[in-house]
Every structure is written in C-alpha cells, then in structure tokens.
Design a protein around this ligand. Structure first.
Ligand code: SF4
Length: 387
C-alpha cells in the first residue's frame, strides 16, 4: 500500500517521452526536436520491450504510480499512451488506486487529446503553464499564450480527477509585487497541486550564455529570497502548503510519483535517458538508458533495453541519495531507515549543531526535517549532514 499519507514509497514507473515541438532556452532536460516527426509505432514497440526487460529485472512488484514525463508527452498519440499502460499492466501488478500522470503542454492541440488520454488510463495531468503573462512566456520561449493555457487548464480540470500546473518564478526583472499578483491568480484557479520552480540557469543552455554575457539578469539573492518567502506564505495561507521544496498541495493531493523518488523508493525508468533505481538480489542498483531517441530505439531492438548504466550503488552513494532526496520533503527523513539502508548513523553532534543554527529540527525520536529557515540553503544543510 502506498499513498501520500502512509509514508511508504511504493513502486513507480517513469516513462520518458523525448520529443518537443521546440527547445526552450532554459531547458537542460533530455528533449529533442524532430522537424520531420518520428516513427511512433517504432517507439511504442521499443517501450513495450524495455518495460518487459525492466520487469524481468524487478519482477513481482505492485505499481503504485506511473509518470509520463519528458520532453513533451502530450505530443504522444493517446493510442501510444494506452499501449504503454497495457505493457506495464502486463508486466507487473498495478494497484487499484494507481496514480497515472502525464505532463502536458497547455495548448489547444493537447486539450483536444485530453479525452483520449483519459480513456487510455491517465488520471492526473501536470500542465507546463510556466507563467500567466504573455511577455514572460515569450521570454521563456514557450509556444503558448496565457489565454491558451487557461483554456487548456479548464479542459483539463473538466476531464481529469487531479490536475497540477507548473509556474516558473524568479524570472528576469520579476518583482515580489508582480509575483504576488500572479501567484494569487494561479491559486484562484483552484487546482489542488502547484509546482513552483525558481528559474535556474543551467550550463550549456542558451540562457547560460546570455546570463554569462550580462544580457539576462535574474533577481539578486535578496530578491530571490523575498520571492521564496512570499511563495511559501501565500501558498500556505491558501491551503496548499509546501510538502517539498518546490511543490505545494492540499493535504492528500501530493504527487505520489514524486514521493517515490523523495522517499527513496524503487522505480523503473523506461525511454531515452530515463533513470531508475531497482533492488535486484537485495542490492539497490542505478540504471540509466541511452539519451538519443533513435539510438535508444536501436539498442532496445538489438538487446531488449537501451541501458547504458546498470550498477550496484555503494552504501555511501545510497546514504547521499537518501539525504538529498528525503530532506527536500517537509516531512523530512526517518533516521532509523537511514541507518538500516546505509549501515551508519548521522552523528548526533552534527545534527545538534544544525538544530542550534535553526536549520533542522527533530520530530519525535526518529525523524529529522529541514526548517523553513533551512530550505533556502538546503544544499549546504545536506552537505553538512552527509559529510
Ligand atoms: S517543453 Fe519542457 S522539456 Fe521541452 S524544451 Fe521546453 S522545458 Fe524542455
């Protein structure tokens, strides 16, 4: 049994759809543009084979969540989504209450497909709205307008049981007042889940070059902190407190799939550039696949899977991953589980020092969580506990 409140990680399947209509200038995800299109039946056949391969590595699991991410999974035909879900259902048990999420771009083309996705088995969508301002959308390189996004959101909420959408903040020239207004409008739209990401400038992206050359200015540290504080307060007051550093939900509406990652559960990743963590013969393994879509498909056709990594994780790596993932959650981590997983304990002295500094707090005997003061410097807190 796994749900947002049981504390159990569950078993997830991540499906990576690698294609996008165009490349956003801030994006460093494994996404590819193919102006001549792609051979969708070929990709479906490859997904089916790789799912069977993963199930042979990790048989007998009960799937509690499935997530179609990308790329832009809403470029997939509903039949392709149905075919992939059929392959998952044929390879593992699927929990009756399974959460099946698809990331979608909020355009009219996608909205037309929503009924097909629902019929295929999708019960939750996550829309990449990113901003409610046309100017900002243009700057982010998005192909939709704010009006289109609102229309798509309306169709989504009428079609699916659960809807979330993403916004990017701490954008160039964004003031706290402008973000306060935009966030209030977003909350008034009434979804039970919001993902709110601060814009990060990733190396190798067009934004990176512009930022380096001084042509793109992101908010300074003090403004970014003010935007962060405002986000937490506003969402909390609206009944969608943060349950993870960038994710907010009404209690019970958390993304179960993301909780699999953050609670350090087990998951299979299929598709180009997908990552997985599977326990095989009692040992947790790190798996990842070829990033290039066509090379991935060829590898699957030849070998049954496009794996480029399938290695056991050392206890130290597991300890680091457990902390990096678990401390993002406001529920924090189970210290006894850390001990069981990695065979060592975090030193009490180190914890006590961070408690004194107001960065973390103990919850009962066995839990540790980051405080609201600690979240803006989470990387440093994790590094301190991991060392
Ligand atoms: S739509 Fe998403 S995955 Fe595709 S390029 Fe833009 S940000 Fe990246």
């Amino acid at each position: 049994m796994s749900d947002a409140t049981s504390g159990e990680p569950g078993f997830g399947v991540y499906v990576h759809w690698p294609f996008c209509a165009s490349k956003c200038p801030y994006c460093d995800f494994n996404s590819h543009v193919r102006h001549k299109g792609w051979d969708e039946p070929r990709f479906l056949a490859a997904f089916r084979r790789e799912i069977a391969h993963m199930a042979a590595l990790a048989p007998g699991r009960t799937v509690s969540s499935i997530f179609f991410g990308g790329g832009t999974p809403s470029l997939m035909l509903p039949e392709t989504v149905a075919g992939i879900l059929d392959a998952i259902g044929g390879s593992w048990e699927v929990d009756d209450a399974v959460e099946v999420t698809l990331e979608a771009n909020p355009t009219s083309v996608e909205a037309d497909r929503f009924r097909g996705y629902r019929a295929a088995g999708i019960n939750r969508v996550s829309l990449g709205v990113q901003s409610l301002h046309d100017e900002a959308l243009k700057q982010l390189g998005r192909l939709h307008t704010a009006e289109e996004a609102l229309k798509a959101l309306g169709v989504a909420t009428a079609t699916f049981e659960r809807v979330s959408f993403d916004l990017i903040y701490a954008r160039p020239d964004q003031t706290p007042d402008a973000w306060r207004d935009e966030l209030a409008r977003a909350l008034a739209l009434g979804t039970d889940h919001l993902s709110l990401y601060q814009l990060t400038i990733e190396e190798g992206t067009p934004y990176w070059g512009l930022h380096r050359d001084g042509k793109l200015k992101t908010p300074d540290e003090a403004t970014a902190r003010a935007l962060w504080d405002l986000t937490q307060e506003t969402c909390e007051a609206a009944g969608l407190p943060a349950y993870e550093i960038s994710n907010h939900a009404r209690p019970g509406q958390e993304s179960r799939h993301n909780l699999v990652y953050w609670r350090y559960g087990e998951y299979a990743g299929v598709g180009p550039g997908a990552h997985g963590r599977l326990i095989v013969n009692g040992a947790r393994r790190e798996l990842s696949t070829e990033r290039n879509p066509e090379l991935w498909a060829s590898a699957v056709e030849a070998d049954g899977a496009g794996l480029v990594m399938n290695e056991p994780l050392s206890l130290e790596s597991q300890a680091d991953e457990f902390l990096v993932m678990g401390l993002r959650l406001t529920e924090g981590i189970d210290l006894a589980r850390f001990h069981r997983l990695c065979g060592r304990r975090i030193s009490d002295r180190r914890i006590d020092d961070l408690v004194m500094d107001g960065m973390v707090e103990r919850v009962g005997r066995d839990r540790l969580r980051v405080t609201p003061e600690g979240f803006p410097v989470l990387d440093a807190v994790v590094a301190d506990l991991a060392s």
